[in-house]
Ligand binder design. Structure first.
Ligand code: GLC
Length: 800
């Protein structure tokens, strides 16, 4: 055995005193006496990037996470120095570098300390693999809390946890189990009502310790690569999240049908079963937009093939489903069966597109089809090749969405459940081993799939879903949380994980509603649907091993209740679509945890049951069996109970009734909620009248509504409408102005406006600044509603 006693003795190494620094445009490079270099780049006034190299050797600067279209630029960059420190000053941050040890500290412009190095950057040389284990530790102040890190199945506030990122196929995972399917090395720190973010852009296995090992220390480290991280200043959590999402990118707007209800199982086959399923949805008047084909549609699990016994004419079947309003989504896995009769295997082999071990043999591993090889999705040529395979599936057969699975990558019956570490990858020309490429593999597969679906679905918009991903993967795909379990604990996890993914840049996410493994009771299924309709991605999926999981399977009562909630989702489609637009355009997460909503209220810091859906809804799922209600926290402000319009003052915990056919839902006062009529699927009917539910407030509140063609790219050319509603309520009158920005000619003709909580009886009205009779606006005094032209500019109602 070779040992290197010198290295073994070294342990942690640290930068020594600073000897020089040099500015080059937006970057300042600091050099220490022992050859450590730190480059600090001002990415924005509120965002710095810090990169360290030992021996002055930086890697090629390449990242899969960073969105090349992100907004860049700052307005101020000053450098000052004294005997002890050098200061980099932007319009929002002061960064202090200590001369004697190169440690950094971040302050806001008022001089309040936000975050400072404890030991700061240090490293351990890796003799076995070369390079370093790179480490960073920060001081934590009392009362500091932590959030983020993607799909971790643990309490929402990460304080006291130690977690790591290594994409792993975890069938029926449990609470607190680490690691899961995704690697999102981004977290938010919050103290003194100020928030900052750290994005550690390193695809090796990364580790995070939030005051777990030492009470007032937070640290993060990686098994290789560079200490390369972004410091993002808030001070609001919302600012940190939107800046991180801008840095790593957001998806394009999904087609509206993807926001409908989806039904999946492993697996619906043959064709007759799929048809029966479709008919059951329509016969039961249960809205549904998408049906999924799991691996059994393929011929022996060979990707891009069909089992012709089960599906003799897939194109016809897909067309017939489409005529009935269903989109078909099909699964595609990364493993390619080793089979000399299988063209994709032969072609990939010829082109040398499959991953290889260090000494040259192919990376072989068992997945569903048996022994497989795996395309190296980190090679741009392979991604193009893969994308082209969607020509038939999407372009010819008419499949509308692709579901990528097993892309951690998962390998069966081997230790570690994945590739051995010596496997080689292209990494877009930065050749490396699986140690570096593991966490990026799934994201690059999803990227290749996205490119293919986008190309062949054009002029419509793509829909894709992936199980594994890395930071920035939200640009290419929606996601779900993998193989969960039909248990009450998993319902709790579902709520926590989707909120966590939302503030980690990944809003378009959902869970296997009802649980993948095991069988939910009707009660659990009902409670899960109630939560799931408020998740950006809403799909029932199950392993099929434990019984059926269609809504009618659990009996009449469950069917009726779940239908009511799915109908509510369909009514709220314009509201949800607007929230998606704000996510895709302005990086605003669709679900907002309470701490995001009101970080100044410390009551919110450890809460995760309640969340804000879009801008105006407060939701709190029931997560226990046999209950008729629950206690929940209502954040500060005035809220309407959605079911009975009673108004309550927040900032306190309350008991809320919620028998099985109900759940706690509140609406923020002043909100204007757009609603469609119930449809069985998106665009079933041409909508000429939209409902606007106006929740009276004594004061002012704005609401917005985004509209476009629900699919296609016209919206990118400005063909959309963005409506802003400004409400001003007083004791005896209410004034609503509408401003429409855009050129989209929608099918809307009228708006049915219903008032909630008006403290007066309507006596007279003006519309567009002219007196109108109450009859002429269809006033219904029982429902407190009126009907206006969709393009009204202002409405003034006066009470007695
Ligand atoms: C994996 C997926 C699951 C899928 C199954 C068969 O377990 O997570 O959703 O149904 O594989 O494809």
């Amino acid at each position: 055995m070779i040992t290197n006693t010198e290295l073994e003795k070294k342990g942690n190494l640290f930068p020594s005193k600073l000897v020089s620094y040099e500015q080059n445009g937006d970057s300042i490079c600091f050099t220490s006496e022992n050859g450590v270099q730190l480059i600090i780049t001002v990415v924005r006034d509120s965002m710095l990037r810090l990169r360290y190299a030992t021996d002055g050797i930086f890697e090629n600067d390449f990242s899969y996470a960073i969105d090349q279209d992100q907004s860049h630029g700052y307005s101020v960059l000053d450098i000052t120095e004294d005997d002890e420190f050098i200061w980099i000053i932007t319009e929002q941050i002061k960064c202090r570098i200590t001369r004697k040890d190169m440690r950094t500290a971040m302050f806001d412009v008022e001089g309040a300390l936000i975050l400072q190095d404890e030991l700061g950057f240090h490293w351990e040389e890796s003799f076995e693999f070369g390079g370093n284990y790179v480490k960073m530790s920060k001081s934590t102040v009392d009362g500091e809390n932590f959030y983020g890190l993607g799909d971790k199945p643990t309490s929402f506030n990460l304080k006291g946890k130690r977690l790591s990122n290594w994409n792993t196929d975890q069938y029926a995972f449990g609470k607190d189990l680490d690691e899961l399917y995704k690697a999102i090395p981004f977290y938010i720190g919050l103290h003194s009502a100020k928030a900052y973010g750290i994005f550690f852009d390193n695809t090796f296995k990364t580790h995070f310790d939030f005051c777990h090992e030492r009470r007032n220390i937070t640290s993060f480290w990686a098994d290789g690569g560079e200490m390369n991280y972004y410091f993002i200043y808030g001070p609001k959590i919302g600012d940190v999240v939107t800046k991180y999402t801008n840095l790593t990118g957001r998806p394009e707007l999904p087609p509206m049908w993807a926001l409908g209800y989806h039904q999946s199982k492993w697996s619906y086959y043959p064709e007759a079963k799929v048809k029966e399923l479709a008919a059951n949805f329509r016969n039961n008047r249960f809205p549904c937009d998408a049906l999924y084909l799991d691996i059994d549609y393929m011929d022996g699990f060979r990707c891009f093939t069909w089992n012709k016994d089960y599906f003799p004419e897939p194109k016809r079947m897909v067309e017939e489903l489409e005529e009935d309003g269903f989109k078909t989504v099909a699964i595609i896995d990364p493993g390619i069966k080793i089979d000399n009769e299988y063209p994709i295997f032969k072609d990939g082999l010829e082109k040398d597109y499959f991953c290889k071990r260090a000494d040259g043999p192919y990376m072989q591993g068992k997945v569903w089809p048996g022994k497989c090889v795996f395309p190296d999705f980190t090679n741009p040529k392979v991604r193009e090749w893969w994308a082209d395979h969607y020509k038939t599936l999407i372009g010819e057969i008419g499949i509308k969405g692709i579901w990528n699975d097993m892309n951690e990558p998962a390998v069966m019956e081997v230790p570690g459940k994945t590739f051995p570490l010596d496997v080689r990858h292209d990494y877009d020309g930065n050749r490396c081993s699986h140690r570096k490429a593991h966490n990026i593999f799934g994201m690059q597969m999803a990227r290749a799939t996205y490119e293919g679906v986008r190309k062949y679905i054009f002029p419509k918009r793509p829909f894709t879903i992936t199980r594994a991903s890395y930071s920035g993967g939200q640009r290419f795909s929606s996601t779900w949380t993998g193989d969960n379990l039909a248990s009450w604990e998993h319902l709790w996890l579902a709520n926590t994980q989707i909120q966590r993914l939302g503030i980690s840049g990944f809003s378009f996410a959902g869970t296997d509603i009802g649980g993948f493994a095991d069988q939910p009771t009707g009660e659990l299924f009902t409670r899960w649907i109630q939560l799931g309709v408020f998740h950006p991605f809403c799909r029932v999926h199950s392993s099929g091993d434990h019984g059926e999981q269609e809504p009618w399977y659990f009996g009449e009562e469950v069917l009726n209740i779940t239908r009511k909630f799915v109908e509510l989702r369909y009514q709220l489609l314009p509201y949800l679509y607007t929230a998606f637009y704000q996510y895709c355009k302005d990086n605003i997460p669709i679900l907002k945890p309470l701490v995001y909503f009101d970080q100044e209220d410390i009551q919110t810091h450890y809460r995760s049951d309640e969340f804000i859906f879009g801008e105006h809804f407060l939701i709190c799922p029931i997560q226990e069996p046999n209950v008729q209600g629950r206690r929940m926290y209502i954040p500060r402000g005035q809220w309407y109970n959605f079911w009975n319009d009673t108004v309550i003052e927040g900032g306190k915990e309350l008991w809320v009734d919620a028998p099985l056919d109900s759940m706690p839902i509140y609406v923020k006062e002043g909100a204007i909620i757009p609603k469609y009529p119930v449809q069985q699927y998106v665009d079933e009917i041409e909508i000429e009248e939209i409902n606007l539910d106006i929740y009276y407030k004594n004061g002012k509140q704005n609401s917005v509504l985004y509209e476009d063609d629900h699919d296609g790219y016209d919206y990118k050319m400005g063909i959309f409408n963005f409506r802003t509603f400004k409400l001003t309520g007083k004791t005896n009158d209410i004034f609503v102005q509408q401003h429409v920005n855009g050129t989209y000619k929608s099918s809307l003709k009228t708006m049915k406006i219903t008032f909630h909580g008006l403290p007066f009886t309507i006596k007279s009205a003006t519309v567009n600044n002219e007196d109108v009779s109450l009859e002429s606006i269809g006033y219904d005094n029982e429902r407190n509603s009126i009907i206006l032209q969709e393009n009204f500019t202002d409405l003034h109602l006066i009470g007695e």
